[in-house]
Design a protein around this ligand. Structure first.
Ligand code: HBI
Ligand code: FE
Length: 279
């Protein structure tokens, strides 16, 4: 352990599962029960299948050692405990090596509906079920590898947008209508409802360059959700794209105003269950 820091150089710490209090376990269970009741027909099938496979329900806050054993068998991923947000390059390095960094703390009972920093419920309930899906597991590792490259090009900010509009707030188009796969939505009761039901946000067909040009805000519901046609298409586009010329092109293109709709945007209109794209 390095003297000055209370974490390893890769920012991992022991989860100290034995130290959680009954109140903290109860907070997990309360949050779990709320979301488990809300997510059928809202979260995508891949998320629901992952949630079932990992069986988070019994026993409160999951023990990362047992969770990582299950996850390792499924897709080679593991969950490592960190004290909170870690520096970008540390985060990317973990993802590139199939390690998901999860906060080991949980919100207080009076913070059930919102907190700034990702806690163990956001990280483990929100992010980990999708990591049981082999395609998404590959995407997250490819994202981590891409992040390490983006730093060399000085385009970390652009790549953070890709993470934000897919891993955190992504929607999936299905025969039954739009479904949620983004962790930031699926771990939030209020945004789970807002993202699919509220007419106010834009729901735009995913386009990589468009997403890289679109800022986001972190302190309120999203004004834009981007919709992918399949996890495979997201993985293919990310893995097959040579980001160097894309970053070069972005240098000459202005950002897109956060709530604006562009002429090439494929807009999913609210109201029709199937959100048939209007153009
Ligand atoms: N650290 N623990 C943690 N969790 C995150 O989701 C996270 C992070 N550091 C940086 C970060 N996310 C974002 O900037 C990503 O876009 C890289
Ligand atoms: Fe997150």
């Amino acid at each position: 352990m390095s003297a000055a820091l209370d974490h390893a150089p890769d920012w991992t710490i022991p989860q100290s599962w034995e130290r959680y209090t009954d109140t903290e376990h109860q907070t997990w269970t309360t949050l779990y029960e709320r979301q488990a009741a809300l997510l059928p027909n809202r979260a995508c099938n891949d998320f629901l299948a992952g949630l079932k496979a990992l069986d988070f329900y019994s026993g409160g806050i999951p023990d990362f050692r047992r969770l990582s054993e299950k996850l390792m068998r499924l897709t080679g991923w593991q969950v490592v405990a960190v004290p909170g947000l870690v520096p970008e390059e540390v985060f990317f390095e973990h993802l590139a090596n199939r390690r998901f960094p999860a906060g080991n703390f949980i919100r207080r009972p009076d913070q059930l509906d919102y907190l700034e920093e990702p806690d163990v419920f956001h990280d483990v309930f929100g992010h980990v079920p999708m990591l049981t899906n082999p395609i998404f597991a590959d995407y997250m590792q490819a994202y981590g590898q891409g992040g390490l490259r983006a730093q060399q090009f000085g385009h970390l900010g652009n790549l953070a947008r890709l993470y934000w509009y897919t891993v955190e707030f992504g929607l999936l188009n299905t025969q039954e209508g739009l479904r949620i796969y983004g962790a930031g939505i699926v771990s939030s009761r209020t945004e789970t409802i807002f993202a699919l039901d509220d007419p106010s946000p834009n729901r735009i067909g995913f386009n990589l360059k468009r997403v890289l040009r679109t800022p986001y805000r972190i302190d309120d519901f999203q004004q834009n959700y981007f919709v992918i046609d399949s996890l495979q298409s997201l993985l293919d586009e990310t893995v097959q794209t040579d980001f160097a010329p894309l970053y070069a092109a972005l240098n000459d293109l202005p950002e897109i105003t956060i709530a604006a709709i562009g002429p090439e945007d494929r807009v999913f209109t609210h109201g029709t269950q199937h959100y048939a794209a209007t153009r």
